[in-house]
Design a protein around this ligand. Structure first.
Ligand code: DAH
Length: 355
């Protein structure tokens, strides 16, 4: 009788066409209410001799069916894999699918260009936090207590966090302070990054970018400042004889201070850069004020230096003919596709800033 059951179960195993069907066979035979299990349960009612003999037969049958199921399972898995390999064959000769290529944002590209130029002059890049304290953003930079920049109207202050007044940095100049506090002269750094002011119109966004420069050494003078910025502007705007005009001005953290204009023409409503007699303001600069050096632990009788700061959006707009500042931060892919740069077009002085 067991032989008949065995034949029947084995043929069911071999007939199972997939894993689900095979599992059904296993449950029918070996499950809690399975047929072999059922016979096992009857063993208790037999005499010891009969029980031993019958038990051995049933165990052998159980093992044989289990082994057949395992074998069948392996066969099915192999057949399944085989079928997939046939169906999903990869044609390595197919041409690649076109992928959408990203673009580098003009701000990132402009920063990379500036870094490439200043790197050539021996500057390294320094960074500071966007969330600053009052000391680094104002006090150490010689801003007097009643200065309008300290007003809530111009500066984003964070909710009062206790002893330190925290704010979103209004310029990249605090990186000057952090650098001087952390390393000894000679210092030659630039610091590009995000800055924040409470402003919004055609030419102002609450978040914008600046690049700061700082040089501190024992014999640095205004001539170095002028030479450095002339060199930079001519390389950046790619106009060899671009004239620069240094106009006396005021910043709390420099003395003397100057604003720098570059030569341009606005004839016919079109802006052209070069020696045309008209001027356009692009940055602020000056010799670092002795109070700033002293606030940063640098002996102002021994060291001096210069600093400058420039808005990045403004010069990017100028260089690349982008008319509206606000579009920089609208995250419009069509805009980025138009004004953005190819990712591998990495600016360098050796290969041309931007091709
Ligand atoms: N921090 C100034 C601003 O945001 C720009 C500036 C002017 C930076 C003169 C300087 C500097 O380092 O020397 O308007």
């Amino acid at each position: 009788m067991l032989d008949a059951l065995k034949d029947e179960l084995l043929s069911q195993v071999n007939a199972a066409g997939d894993l689900a069907a095979l599992e059904e066979v296993r449950v029918t035979a070996l499950g809690k209410k399975g047929r072999i299990t059922g016979f096992m349960k009857e063993l208790g009612g037999l005499s010891p001799d009969e029980r031993r003999e019958r038990g051995q037969q049933l165990n052998a049958l159980k093992d044989e069916i289990a082994a057949a199921i395992d074998g069948r399972k392996a066969d099915l898995a192999r057949a399944h894999l085989e079928a997939r390999l046939q169906a999903e064959r990869i044609d390595v000769t197919l041409p690649v699918r076109p992928e959408t290529e990203g673009r580098i944002h003009p701000i990132s590209q402009t920063i990379d260009e500036m870094v490439a130029i200043f790197a050539e002059m021996g500057f390294s890049v320094a960074e500071g936090p966007d969330v600053e304290d009052d000391f680094h953003n104002f006090t150490a930079l010689n801003f007097p207590p009643g200065h309008p920049a300290r007003d809530m109207h111009d500066t984003f202050y964070l909710p009062d966090a206790g002893e330190k007044k925290m704010l979103l940095r209004t310029h990249t100049s605090p990186v000057q302070v952090r650098t001087m506090l952390n390393k000894k002269p000679p210092i030659r750094i630039i610091a590009p990054g995000r800055t924040y002011r409470s402003d919004y119109d055609m030419t102002h966004t609450p978040m914008f970018h600046q690049i700061e420069g700082l040089v501190i050494d024992e014999a640095t003078h205004m001539g170095h400042l002028k030479g450095c910025l002339i060199e930079f502007c001519r390389a950046f705007f790619d106009v060899d004889d671009l004239p620069l005009r240094f106009r006396p001005s005021f910043f709390p953290f420099t003395e003397p201070s100057a604003e720098v204009d570059i030569g341009c023409s606005r004839k016919g409503g079109e802006l052209k850069l070069g020696n045309y007699g008209d001027w356009l303001e692009i940055l602020g600069c000056g010799m670092v004020h002795p109070n700033v050096l002293e606030a940063c632990g640098i002996d102002s009788t021994r060291y001096q230096g210069f600093a400058f700061g420039m808005g990045i959006e403004r010069v990017a707009m100028l260089k690349y003919g982008i008319p509206d500042l606000r579009t920089f931060f609208e995250a419009d892919l069509r805009w980025l596709k138009h004004y953005g740069f190819v990712p591998l077009d990495v600016p360098s002085m050796a290969q041309g800033l931007t091709r």
